[in-house]
Design a protein around this ligand. Structure first.
Ligand code: PLP
Length: 498
């Protein structure tokens, strides 16, 4: 098919798509091989202010490169200056080294661009999403989650917001049936509160801010020495809310909290919430994937009592970002977060096909076909294959923790429950501020060396080095090397200070 305007013709040239596409796959295959082998640097560190000097070109009015040069730019300038996500020394954030075939599914999603808001704007895309949602719910519990439902969202932060919006709607209308918070806003309501672990992800406080409750409406519940929400602190906070005539819209527990990966005692919290009629939300963005493993799913016992669960695909399901699920035990609640009047999209309540229009349940109107990659991965590798990835990550974290404990000058924060390991390096510091600064300096030194990528976290005034072991190709030797590098970085930092 030819267009009369040559530039438009070129933009949609299928032959060029094929030629460039094949070359792109070759380029990415080489990139993947190099990264998995760990032969390049994990991060080519340059300060953002230096790097930004390279990206000041004016907006091109005319073409400045052809497709070949685009590939050249990618291979020479863009890919080498990104974080090498498949590198065995990439141990920082909770981001998956994605399954290559899942990444191909994202290419399909991009080219076919199904809008997904309503069924007809992506019939297969809608069916794939419903299928995947059913699979995830059945992993929580095939019986009690038999009438469950939910949607895929672009990330766990949005999934948490969606769950908490639904919780706000359901809990506030229980407490105050004469007013609808969606229609009337929060001014007609008694003070609304969220009780959340002090380790809850920031998206929980942010959701409270977005919902107009103010982020101070999130009451932070203390955790124990294992990083788990303290049940007696939860009970006291609940009691205080009752005395102050505040309405609790949700109790938020973590299944794999962000700082330490700790999993709250979901069963005890779930029982408490059920007894007291409180909405129980489990943020399993990180750790819900333990449901895929026969070895680890017991750690999540009680998750089936949740009213809502968040589960990220781009963490321990090894998907390219972003794909997250927000799941509701009672499917009706998946409609509670939002309300809308949009005749250009929806045909109204009572139409038998209306349930197939997914955007009733999401903040997003247009969204990517996110389910294809998850559906493909489950179909290609089975839940057992996906569980094997999680087993691998959790086992590596345990080995790493044992290595830390055996080393002089190293302190382990706690034995890991998932794949997040926090530790610090101690060297005769005169005070806590100095000890904290030392960890940050070590981390900076390591990152700038390009040898490893690790993160850090502050907990109760103490700074810890933090690793998330995601990559199945990270070996024990890599872990030993990291500890040796921390040792060396510490010496380098101390000698620079002299
Ligand atoms: C426990 C937890 N919840 C929610 C989020 C937010 O997820 P996302 O980055 O997919 O928006 C994170 C991110 O790391 C997380 O660790």
């Amino acid at each position: 098919m030819k267009h009369t305007n040559p530039i438009i013709n070129e933009m949609f040239d299928a032959a060029q798509f094929s030629e460039t596409g094949h070359q792109l796959i070759d380029l990415l295959t080489a990139h993947l091989d190099t990264n998995l082998a760990g032969s390049a640097q994990v991060l080519n560190w340059k300060s953002p202010s230096t790097e930004s000097l390279k990206w000041q070109a004016p907006l091109p009015k005319k073409p400045t490169i052809n497709p070949k040069e685009l590939l050249h730019k990618l291979s020479q300038e863009i890919l080498p200056n990104n974080l090498a996500i498949h590198h065995p020394h990439n141990m920082g954030h909770q981001v998956a080294s994605p399954l290559p075939l899942a990444a191909l599914c994202d290419l399909v999603a991009s080219l076919t661009n199904q809008a997904m808001a309503v069924y007809e704007a992506g019939p297969s895309a809608t069916m794939l999403e419903r299928q995947v949602i059913r699979w995830l719910c059945s992993l929580i519990n095939p019986e009690t989650w038999g009438n469950a439902g939910g949607v895929l969202t672009s990330g766990g932060a949005q999934a948490n917001l969606t769950a908490l919006l639904a919780a706000r709607q359901v809990s506030s209308s229980k407490a105050n049936p004469s007013s609808s918070i969606w229609k009337d806003g929060v001014s007609q309501q008694p003070p609304l509160r969220i009780l959340a672990s002090e380790h809850a992800h920031y998206s929980v406080s942010r959701a409270a801010g977005i919902m107009g409750l103010g982020c101070d409406s999130v009451i932070k519940i203390a955790t124990d020495e294992s990083g788990r929400l303290d049940l007696s602190a939860l009970k006291s906070a609940h009691q205080r809310c009752i005395e102050n005539q505040e309405v609790i819209i949700a109790v938020v527990a973590n299944a794999g909290c962000t700082p330490t990966g700790s999993i709250d005692t979901l069963s005890a919290i779930g029982h408490y919430c059920t007894t007291h009629g409180l909405w129980f939300h489990v943020d399993g963005a990180h750790g819900a994937s333990a449901l895929l493993s026969e070895n680890h799913r017991e750690k999540l016992a009680g998750i089936e009592m949740a009213d809502s669960v968040v589960w990220d695909g781009h963490k321990l399901m090894y998907m390219p970002a972003a794909v997250s699920a927000v799941l509701f035990r009672d499917e009706h609640h998946s409609y509670a977060a939002f309300s809308q009047d949009a005749s250009y999209l929806f045909q109204g309540n009572g139409h038998e096909d209306e349930a197939f229009n997914l955007s009733y349940r999401t903040l997003e109107c247009t969204k990517r076909m996110m389910a294809l990659k998850l559906w493909a991965a489950f179909s290609l590798y089975g839940s057992q294959g996906m569980g094997a990835l999680l087993d691998e990550a959790f086992a590596k974290a345990k080995i790493f923790a044992e290595k830390i404990q055996k080393r002089r000058n190293f302190e382990l924060l706690m034995p890991p429950e998932t794949n997040i390991v926090c530790f610090r390096y101690l060297k005769n510091h005169s005070n806590q501020t100095q000890a904290n600064k030392h960890q940050s300096n070590i981390r900076q030194c390591i990152i700038q060396s390009g040898k490893f990528h690790i993160t850090q976290v502050d907990l109760h005034g103490i700074t810890w080095l933090r690793t998330t072991l995601m990559n199945p190709f990270t070996t024990e030797q890599d872990l030993d090397e990291l500890l040796e590098n921390v040792d060396l970085a510490s010496q380098a930092v101390l000698s620079m200070a002299k």
